[in-house]
Design a protein around this ligand. Structure first.
Ligand code: KG4
Ligand code: ZN
Length: 339
C-alpha cells in the first residue's frame, strides 16, 4: 500500500497526515496554535515547541484512527527537517525518528518548502518542466523543476517575504495575527485606489522586494492619522494586496515567457490569497500554460504535503540515516544531497 505517516512541526501548526502512495490522503490533521500566539502578535518560539509536544501524540493517534490503520499499516515516517524554528522542528524530528526506529521502518527527512511545492502533487500528476511561485510567511521564490526533487532557484526576495508583508500590513491596520487571511477578507470590501509602489527591480531580474511597499503603507497610514483623519482600512488592504499580487504575477509571467514550462504552479500560504489565485489563472490562460494551485487548506502548513514530497524519496529508496537532525535554515538544494 505504501502508507507514509508524515509529521510537520516547523512553525505554529502541529500537523500529522497519513498519505497512500504520495497521493491519496487517508488523514490530514492540523492543530493550529494561532489562538495561543495571537495575543503576542506573532509566533513565540518556546511556546510553539511546548504546544507541539502537547499536541503531537494525540494527533498521531487521531490520524491512525481516521485512516483505520494500526502501526503495522505504516510503511515509512516522513518529517520536516527544516527550514523553521529549531526547537519546534526538533519535536517532530525526534518523534519521527523514535517511531521509525521502534517500527523498523525508514525515516524520510523532508524540506518544508519542497513540501509546499509537492502539495500540488496531491491533486494528481503534474507535468515537468514546471515553474513554481512559492510564497509563504518566510519565503518568496520562483523555482524551476525539470524532474522530481530537482529545484533550481530562479529568483527570490531580497528583503521581506510576501506573507511577512501581509502580516506586517495587517499589524499596521490592527487586523491581528496571522494577517494574510484578514487582509484578503477586508480587501474584498475596498478598492484599489491608493497608488502603492511596485518594486520591479532591474530589467530581467526575477528577484522580489517588498519592504518598500510595507514602508509606503506605514507612511500613508501615519500621514492620514496625523491629519486627524481616519484610515480607510479596506482601501489600504485592497491597494496593498493589488501591489503585492501585481509584482508576484509580473515576475511569474517573466519566468513563464523565458522558460516555457509545461506547468505553472503556486505554493505556500499566500497562494491561498483569492486575488493572487485569480490573477495566476488569468496569466495561465493568456500564456496557455497548465496551472496548478493547491486548495487553500493545502497551501498553508500541513503534513499531507510533507508525505507528498517524501514519496519520490521513498520510491527511490533514498531514506535518511537516524543520525539526521533539524536544520533551521535548510536549503532546497540540500534535498537530494541529504540522502
Ligand atoms: O506557508 P505558510 O502556512 O507558513 C510558512 O511556511 O510560512 O504561510 C503562512 C503565511 C502567513 O504570512 C499568512 O499571513 C499568509 O501565509 N497567508 C495569506 C493568506 N493565507 C495565509 N496571505 C495572503 N492571503 C491569504 N489568504
Ligand atoms: Zn509553510
Amino acid at each position: 500500500m505504501a502508507n507514509i505517516l508524515a509529521i510537520e512541526t516547523s512553525c505554529d501548526e502541529t500537523a500529522v497526515a497519513i498519505v497512500a502512495r504520495g497521493r491519496e490522503i487517508l488523514s490530514n490533521q492540523v492543530a493550529s496554535q494561532i489562538e495561543t500566539h495571537a495575543r503576542f502578535g506573532g509566533v513565540v518560539p518556546e511556546i510553539a515547541s511546548r504546544q507541539h509536544l502537547l499536541a503531537l501524540n494525540p494527533l498521531i493517534r487521531t490520524a491512525l484512527a481516521e485512516a483505520g490503520l494500526d502501526w503495522d499499516g505504516i510503511d515509512a515516517v516522513a518529517v520536516t527537517q527544516g527550514p523553521g524554528l529549531v526547537g519546534a522542528l526538533l519535536i517532530g524530528v525526534s518523534a519521527a525518528k523514535a517511531i521509525a526506529w521502534a517500527l523498523g521502518k525508514p525515516v524520510l527527512a523532508v524540506n518544508h518548502m519542497a513540501g509546499h511545492i509537492y502539495a500540488n502533487m496531491l491533486a494528481g500528476p503534474v507535468r515537468f518542466p514546471l515553474v513554481c511561485l512559492v510564497v509563504s510567511g518566510g519565503h518568496t521564490e520562483l523555482i524551476y523543476m525539470e524532474r522530481d526533487l530537482d529545484f533550481r532557484l530562479l529568483g527570490q526576495t531580497r528583503d521581506d517575504a510576501a506573507g511577512e508583508a501581509f502580516d506586517k500590513v495587517a499589524r499596521i491596520l490592527d487586523l491581528g495575527y496571522p494577517g494574510g487571511p484578514a487582509v484578503d477578507r477586508l480587501a474584498r470590501q475596498g478598492s484599489d485606489v491608493l497608488d502603492f509602489p511596485r518594486a520591479l527591480l532591474e530589467e530581467g531580474s526575477l528577484d522580489f522586494s517588498f519592504s518598500g511597499l510595507k514602508t509606503a503603507v506605514l507612511n500613508y497610514c501615519h500621514n492620514v492619522r496625523q491629519r486627524g483623519q481616519e484610515v480607510n482600512k479596506a482601501d489600504v488592504a485592497a491597494s496593498f494586496q493589488a501591489a503585492v499580487v501585481d509584482v508576484l504575477v509580473q515576475k511569474t509571467a517573466q519566468a513563464v515567457r523565458q522558460l516555457r514550462p509545461a506547468t505553472l504552479l503556486a505554493a505556500g500560504g499566500v497562494a491561498a490569497n483569492s486575488r493572487l489565485r485569480a490573477a495566476l489563472a488569468e496569466l495561465a490562460r493568456q500564456e496557455n500554460v497548465a496551472l496548478g494551485i493547491p486548495p487553500p487548506e493545502l497551501c498553508t502548513d500541513n503534513a499531507a504535503m510533507i508525505a507528498a514530497a517524501a514519496w519520490p524519496l521513498f520510491a527511490s529508496n533514498r531514506h535518511s540515516p537516524l543520525s539526521f537532525t533539524a536544520v533551521p535554515d535548510l536549503d532546497l538544494a540540500a534535498v537530494v544531497e541529504n540522502c
